[in-house]
Structure formats: structure tokens, C-alpha cells
Design a protein around this ligand. Structure first.
Ligand SMILES: Cc1cc2nc3c(=O)[nH]c(=O)nc-3n(C[C@H](O)[C@H](O)[C@H](O)COP(=O)(O)OP(=O)(O)OC[C@H]3O[C@@H](n4cnc5c(N)ncnc54)[C@H](O)[C@@H]3O)c2cc1C
Length: 430
């Protein structure tokens, strides 16, 4: 006989309580930039809470099956690493377990297994003693005298309030800054998103003969017959795993809740179209292929902050180091501004440019630092600095800036000291 489970009867109290979490630093958004910021802040001895609306950590790096980490190295035949911090631990640990692969094309690209990266993030956050609050969507920010005082979240199990000295907005959509009532930017023309997906059961031996230029030509000539709009993109076979990542669709990612929700269906419809296209046009490879997993809709650019200084395309074409440099970058301009094609601007080998701290701090706030794809840059510059390498570097810098600011203003930190702390990400060339 099984054990008896005893039960009780309750009724919800009239006034719902709100649980309070106190920390020195609150990170809103647990994508790659938020994870980097939280781990760095914990390493600095700070009491950290990381919050995300999704039910698990990882943001797009995991949920949208991004598949490769780019932007960690310079371009050219002899690239060097420009971002360290969590990138070093992540590459070391996942390489040891065979879950990440280092490829050298025009730069170094790391192809990763998203489930192993997810577990790595969870393990590291747990080991660092970081409080985790997932499934928690921001509902209210109390902002007074240039400071966020606390933020409130709705969860399935009740409301939670987070009180902290400093806040990192790594929400991708500048949610914290927007809900604080600060000025933010939105694009007038769409920057397209993509729903990545994994394909299995294709002819692994024959896939070596697949040339992306042939796929692109076919997409251009007959893609429309399969309901496809995009003429470029990539298919990436994972050696040893026998599955392939597809990044081929393009759809708009508006900030309206219902329109955004319909993108899940639109993205999957496009993925199914890609599958029909591949089976019909490249049957020797894809005749029996199937979609193994659909990612969440991948969002490139939605809403971002108004900072003290917007980073521009002209800035990233130069190699001049600003006096408040916070991160180094090398990735090219990769603007998804038309349905058909990505606009690329390639820099010469060895080109390095910088993200200044001033483009990561909202002009009107003293205790918010932004990291990731919602820092202040024009659309061209943002399309280059939003990839995961720079996101990791911005997370590191955000943690140091707020650690130095303490209960003061982040705008007033000692920049020399700040850059000394970021030596690995600003100076190392080994
Ligand atoms: C299709 C696609 C392909 C890409 N390919 C590559 C690639 O190959 N290599 C590469 O390096 N980069 C690539 N990128 C870019 C890169 O993946 C992203 O820019 C990067 O992951 C962004 O990280 P993030 O931490 O800034 O934001 P995100 O990963 O978007 O994380 C933001 C988090 O904040 C949470 N959040 C937002 N608002 C709220 C709220 N109101 N309340 C609670 N939580 C909230 C979200 O749930 C989310 O988890 C690609 C992007 C896309 C879309």
C-alpha cells in the first residue's frame, strides 16, 4: 500500500503578500551578458540576485539555440582573444567535456551544445552562491532621485520585490530602463529576427558536399515557393553529434505582446518551409531529414537605452580607444535590415574597436548599468556589438562599474581604476 498523502484546505488571503529579496546587486536578464555580470559580481564578493522572466537561465544563448559564440577573437590568420572573464572558464570546461568546438574561419568561432552550456551556467551560478529568481516578469520599478530603489516581479507563485544598491539591465529589451521611465530608443524600420532550429536524420556523409552558396542561389530563385523570404543564412553541421543548426528565416520582432507571440508560429512556419525546401532541392542530403528542436524566436534588436554617449558606425570603423573603454570588439557589422539579405561590413584583419562605459549607462540614472544587446549604439554599431563575445565583456564591465560605484553614482567612478580591473579584456593580446 502506498503512503497516505495528507492534505489541507486553504483560501487565498485578501491582501497578497510580497516576498522581498535583498541583495547588493540585481541582474535583470539571465542571457549571456547577465550571466557574465552576475558571475563577475559574485567573484568580487558581492551579494547578487539574478532574475529572468523565462523558466530557466540562459536567455537566447540557450532558448533560441544560437549555436555559436562569436566575437571573442580578432579576425585574420593569427587571431587573438579579446574577451576573457567567464569566456575562459566556459571554453575550458566545455572543451574538457567535448561540448564545444573551436573552429577557425575568418575568426575563431565556438560551436556549442546548448544543453551543456545551460547546465554549465546553472552550476556556476549555484557554486558562486548567486540567488536565482526565474519565471519572474518585471511589473514595476520604483525609481526616485536618479536611482532604482526596488523592482517588483510577478511569478506564478506570487509577487517578489528585489531591493538592491545597483542594477544591471541585461534584459535585451532595456526593460528595466524603460519601466524606470527613462528615455529609450526603438528602431523605425524593422531589424529582423530568426527562429533557429536543429535538423536530424540527414545524410551525414553527403553533407560535406553542401555549399551554402548553392543553398543561397536556390533560396533566391525558388525560396518564395516554400513561403521563405530570406536568401542567405547558414546551415551548420555539428561534427560527432549528427545534427545541424539552421539559421535561415527572417521575421519582424515588434514589442507588442500579441504580435510578438505570433512570431513563435511564424518562425516555426518558416522553419517548416526551410525543411520542405531542403528536402525538395537537396534530396541527396535531406530526403529523410526532420526537425529535431525548434528554438524560441531569436530577437536581434528591439529597444535600447539613451546613454551618455551613443556608439556609432563611425566609431567602430576606427580603432581609437575611448578614455572610458569597457570592452574590446572585432565582429563585423551584421545588420538584418531587409527580409532578403543581411547587410555586412567587414573590417580588415586585426581590426579592434571599443565599447565605452558611457554607452552602457543611462544618462538619467546613477545605479543602472546596461549590458548586452540593449546598450546605446546606432543600428549598424549595435548589429556588431550584440554578439555573445562582446555581451560577455559588457557583463564583466557592468559588474565592475557597479562594484566600484557601491551606493554612489556609476558616472563618477575612477576610470583608470576601472580599466585596470578590466586589463584582460582591454589589453591582453596573448
Ligand atoms: C537568430 C540569432 C542568431 C544569432 N547568432 C549568433 C551567433 O551565432 N553567435 C553569437 O555570438 N551571437 C549571435 N547572436 C546574437 C546573440 O545571440 C544575442 O545578441 C545575445 O545572446 C544577447 O544576449 P543578452 O544577454 O544581451 O540578451 P538575451 O539573451 O536576450 O537575454 C535577455 C533576458 O532577459 C529576460 N527579460 C527580458 N525582459 C524581461 C522582463 N521584463 N522581466 C524579466 N525578464 C526579462 C529575457 O527572458 C532573457 O532571458 C544571434 C542572435 C539571433 C537572434
Amino acid at each position: 500500500m502506498s503512503a497516505v498523502i495528507r492534505t489541507r484546505t486553504i483560501r487565498r488571503r485578501k491582501a497578497r503578500g510580497m516576498q522581498t529579496v535583498e541583495a547588493e546587486l540585481c541582474v535583470l536578464g539571465a542571457g549571456i551578458s547577465g550571466i557574465s555580470a552576475a558571475l563577475e559580481a559574485a567573484k568580487l564578493g558581492r551579494n547578487v540576485v539574478i532574475v529572468d522572466g523565462a523558466p530557466a537561465l540562459g536567455g537566447q544563448a540557450i532558448g533560441a539555440i544560437i549555436g555559436t559564440i562569436i566575437g571573442l577573437y580578432t579576425h585574420g590568420p593569427e587571431p587573438y582573444q579579446i574577451t576573457h572573464g567567464i569566456a575562459d572558464d566556459l571554453i575550458r570546461d566545455l572543451t574538457a567535456e567535448g561540448s564545444i568546438l573551436r573552429l577557425h574561419h575568418s575568426t575563431v568561432v565556438f560551436q556549442y551544445d546548448e544543453m551543456r552550456l545551460a547546465r554549465w551556467m546553472e552550476r556556476k551560478v549555484e557554486e558562486a552562491g548567486i540567488k536565482v529568481l526565474v519565471g519572474a516578469v518585471l511589473t514595476r520599478v520604483v525609481f526616485r532621485n536618479r536611482r532604482v530603489r526596488h523592482i517588483e516581479f510577478a511569478t506564478r507563485f506570487g509577487a517578489v520585490k528585489v531591493v538592491a544598491d545597483g542594477f544591471i539591465d541585461s534584459s535585451g529589451d532595456a526593460s528595466l530602463s524603460y519601466e524606470s521611465g527613462l528615455r529609450v530608443r526603438e528602431p523605425n524600420e524593422p531589424v529582423y529576427g530568426t527562429l533557429n532550429f536543429l535538423i536530424e536524420n540527414y545524410n551525414v556523409a553527403a553533407v560535406k558536399s553542401l555549399q551554402m552558396k548553392d543553398v543561397h542561389e536556390k533560396l533566391k530563385s525558388v525560396g518564395g515557393d516554400y513561403g521563405l523570404v530570406r536568401h542567405d543564412g547558414h546551415l551548420m553541421h555539428y561534427p560527432d553529434k549528427n545534427f545541424m543548426l539552421a539559421n535561415i528565416g527572417h521575421f519582424q520582432t515588434p514589442l507588442d505582446p500579441l504580435s510578438m507571440s505570433s512570431m513563435v508560429i511564424e518562425g516555426r512556419r518558416q522553419a517548416d518551409g526551410v525543411m520542405r525546401f531542403l528536402k525538395a532541392e537537396f534530396p541527396n542530403i535531406f530526403r529523410n531529414a526532420k526537425i529535431r528542436t525548434y528554438g524560441n524566436p531569436g530577437i536581434r534588436q528591439t529597444r535600447w537605452i539613451v546613454s551618455r554617449r551613443q556608439l556609432t558606425l563611425a566609431d567602430i570603423r576606427k580603432t581609437t580607444r575611448p578614455k572610458d573603454a569597457a570592452a574590446r570588439c572585432a565582429w563585423w557589422v551584421e545588420l538584418h535590415s531587409t527580409p532578403e539579405l543581411v547587410h555586412w561590413e567587414r573590417f580588415k584583419d586585426g581590426h579592434v574597436y571599443y565599447i565605452p562605459l558611457s554607452c552602457m549607462v543611462p544618462k538619467e540614472a546613477d545605479n543602472i548599468v546596461v549590458a548586452g544587446r540593449c546598450v546605446d549604439a546606432d543600428s549598424h554599431a549595435l548589429s556588431a556589438i550584440r554578439v555573445m563575445g562582446p555581451c560577455i565583456a559588457m557583463g564583466t564591465a557592468a559588474a565592475h562599474a557597479l562594484d566600484m560605484a557601491g551606493t554612489g553614482a556609476v558616472h563618477k567612478i575612477d576610470l583608470k581604476q576601472f580599466q585596470k580591473r578590466l586589463y584582460d579584456n582591454l589589453e591582453r593580446t596573448d
